[in-house]
Every structure is written in C-alpha cells, then in structure tokens.
Ligand binder design. Structure first.
Ligand code: ZN
Length: 244
C-alpha cells in the first residue's frame, strides 16, 4: 500500500470476493502482497460503473481508496490491470480457481503475517495466470497447495517417518499425524501407497515446479485432502472438483 499526496491510498491487489449489498453497492475482499483487506465499493453494481471490472472476482487491479479516521476504506477509483478469469469452456480451470480463492479466504485473515500474504499473493497470481493459458489445472492447484500448506503451518513431513523418525522403509502417509509413516509404524488408519506415489507426493511438497502431468489429478486431490484433514477446514470447491 502506498499513500498518495492527497492522503489517498493506492494498492495493487487481487480481488477474491465481491458480495452485493444495498441497492448497487458491494463489499469486496482483496489480497495485496502486504495483506488481506475488505472495503466498500459504492455504486459498483450499476452496469455503467467504471469500477465494475476492477472489483470483479479474479481481477488484478490497481485501486485508489479514501481512508476514514478509523481506517475504513472506501473505493474512489480503480483500474483493471489484468483479468484472471479462465476461458469460458474450461471447467477444470474454473474449479481450480474457485479452490484457490476459497482456500485463500479460509486460511488468511486481516491479521495474517505479511510474509505469508506475499507468498500466497505471488503463488495465486502465477497459478491463476497459468490456468488462463490452458496449462494443466491440477498442476497449478498442486503448486499452490505446496505454498498454502506451509503458510497454514501444516506442511507434511516428507523426509522421515512422523512416528519413529526413520528415513528408510517409508510405506505410507498419515493425514492426521501429518506425513510419512514407515512400514514398522504403519497402522490400518494410515494410507499405504506405492513408492512412485510417495516420491511424487514428496516432490509436490518440496519442489512442485518439478512435477509433470502424469497422475496429477490424483496427486492434487490427495494433497488437498491432506490440507482438509490436517486443518479441519472444509472446502466446498473441493467437493465440486471431486465430482468432475
Ligand atoms: Zn516409523
């Protein structure tokens, strides 16, 4: 955020949510590299409003605000820099972008650490752009999950067994205990997995840019489930993606 000479606040941000209220207005939630914030956008739902496009969900916008003495932000003007809406017929890209927005809104708050907000902002922007170009939607989703799991403080242990610390003989994953489990420690409540899957899961967490498209849907759904089980946060957009 940057303060202009007129005492206004200028900020480049991604629009995460817009909820209509009163006659033609909306409450908007946006993410800038320094934080999550909400603001009122008056008259924005009138069809001829010049601020309609820059406050659309999935817009990257440059916005100018008036700030009240209590710090409440009111939108003065906005400029759309880039629309990150996927192409109309790409259902998977739509599903994954909904997942990216919903999980950001659930795991970040206005009190979140600015380093976390910057990491999520950068990953959101990069992966929403990649969804627009028609790259594998599940690859974009998995790359985002790798960042989100760290920010949420529940990145899985993928170097050793979460129970005994063994580095060898890894045979499965415990979502509840948060990572790899070795054959000696494996119980029926853990998920036994082939070595190839365990390797891919480790790559998804530590170096997701190295992932290929093979089995990527399974890997994405497993990693997203890990997030849900480890955090206890339910995500509606994930239910939808499982039905595709
Ligand atoms: Zn063990």
């Amino acid at each position: 955020m940057e303060r202009t000479e007129q005492g206004e606040i200028r900020v480049r941000c991604l629009i995460l949510r817009r909820v209509a209220y009163k006659e033609n207005s909306a409450m908007v939630t946006a993410l800038s590299p320094s934080g999550l914030f909400g603001f009122a956008a008056r008259g924005v739902n009138k069809l001829n409003s010049k601020n309609l496009a820059p406050t659309n969900e999935l817009s990257l916008s440059s916005l100018v605000f008036l700030s009240s003495s209590q710090g409440k932000l009111t939108l003065k003007e906005g400029k759309l820099e880039e629309s990150l809406l996927p192409e109309n017929d790409d259902l998977e890209a739509f599903g994954i972008s909904s997942f990216l927005l919903e999980s950001t809104l659930r795991f970040l708050s206005e009190d979140s650490d600015s380093a976390d907000c910057e990491a999520i902002f950068d990953s959101l922007l990069a992966n929403l752009r990649s969804l627009k170009t028609g790259d594998s939607a599940y690859l974009a989703g998995t790359r985002f999950l790798s960042v989100l799991l760290k920010v949420a403080g529940i990145a899985p242990e993928v170097n050793r067994c979460v129970r005994c610390g063994a580095r060898n003989g890894i045979a499965g994953i415990s979502k509840l205990d948060g990572g790899f489990v070795c054959l000696n420690c494996l119980t029926p409540s853990d998920e036994r997995k082939p070595v190839a899957f365990l390797k891919d899961f480790r790559t998804a967490i530590l170096a997701p840019e190295a992932l290929g498209e093979e089995h990527i849907r399974d890997l994405f759904l497993f990693t997203a489930d890990f997030l849900v089980v480890a955090s206890g946060v339910h995500l509606k957009s994930l239910d939808m993606l499982k039905r595709f």
